[in-house]
Write a protein that binds this ligand. Structure first.
Ligand SMILES: C[S@@+](CC[C@H](N)C(=O)[O-])C[C@H]1O[C@@H](n2cnc3c(N)ncnc32)[C@H](O)[C@@H]1O
Length: 240
């Protein structure tokens, strides 16, 4: 089995195990001083959404960002969430049903194979993209699907500089992070890919060097990297 497939199996096993308590655990971060709701709101605000916009969320999990996105795009907008783990998506579907949102589609699939629909106004990923070994390719594919002026926003984790190995492992294990994740340094790959593919790139360190919020804007004239193009409107979204 390829290393990337092993990563995906570990992710699915981890998030199947924790799906039932995921939302509660997220709230418990307040006890550590991490204001998750405020961070999510800030990430969604950075998308600069307008009513009627179409948004994709990569690694949407249980849909904790959905209320913020829905508030911004309104019933005339469209939200497409993709996630690898069935149990997380079951929670997301429950949330969609409870809120009676009729403009949300959730898709089970690997972000690395997701065919972004063309003409997206915005793409968001919070605490998920660093778990995708092909995160740089996902950024580039997303860029190719963004409408001119569309925005990519990533809120994700950084490993503080040079923690002892045991501490680094203890910090990342609950989120399916492993030695492979530590060695891969996905936060660098994500920001490098955004810098290379988007205009007005900015990245802000949060919670002294543990998180970053990166934002970039699609500039129409910029050349796009090679690779599979975006899906056409009407294409089935999801894993190929
Ligand atoms: C820490 S959770 C974050 C969920 C949500 N974005 C949030 O902010 O609460 C990480 C999520 O990323 C998803 N994920 C990890 N690797 C993925 C991949 N290759 N494709 C799609 N989703 C993935 C996991 O299934 C999990 O739901």
């Amino acid at each position: 089995m390829m290393e990337n497939d092993r990563v995906r199996e570990r992710v699915i096993a981890t998030y199947r195990r924790c799906a039932g308590r995921y939302d509660l655990t997220s709230r418990l971060y307040y006890l550590l001083g991490v204001r998750q709701r405020a961070l999510r709101r800030t990430a969604v605000e950075a998308l600069r959404l307008r009513p009627g916009d179409t948004v994709a969320e990569v690694g949407c999990g249980t849909g904790l960002n959905f209320p913020f996105i829905e508030r911004a795009i309104g019933p005339g907008g469209r939200l497409i969430g993709v996630d690898l783990t069935d149990a997380m998506l079951a929670r997301a579907r429950r949330r969609v049903h409870a809120h009676r949102w009729r403009n949300v589609t959730v898709v089970q699939g690997d972000a690395a194979r997701f065919r972004f629909p063309a003409g997206l106004d915005a793409i968001l990923s919070t605490y998920a993209l660093s778990l995708v070994p092909e995160c740089a390719e996902v950024i580039a594919r997303g860029c190719a699907a963004l409408a001119p002026g569309g925005r990519w926003v990533v809120l994700d984790t950084v490993l503080p500089p040079a923690p002892p190995r045991w501490l680094a492992r203890a910090m990342v294990r609950p989120f399916a992070g492993t030695d492979e994740w530590i060695a891969r340094r996905p936060w660098e790959a994500i920001q490098d890919a955004m810098r290379a593919n988007l205009a007005d790139f900015s990245s802000t360190g949060l919670y002294p060097g543990c998180l970053f919020l990166a934002v970039g804007v699609n500039e129409p004239a910029r050349p796009r990297p090679p690779g599979p193009g975006p899906g056409r409107p009407g294409d089935r979204h999801g894993a190929e």
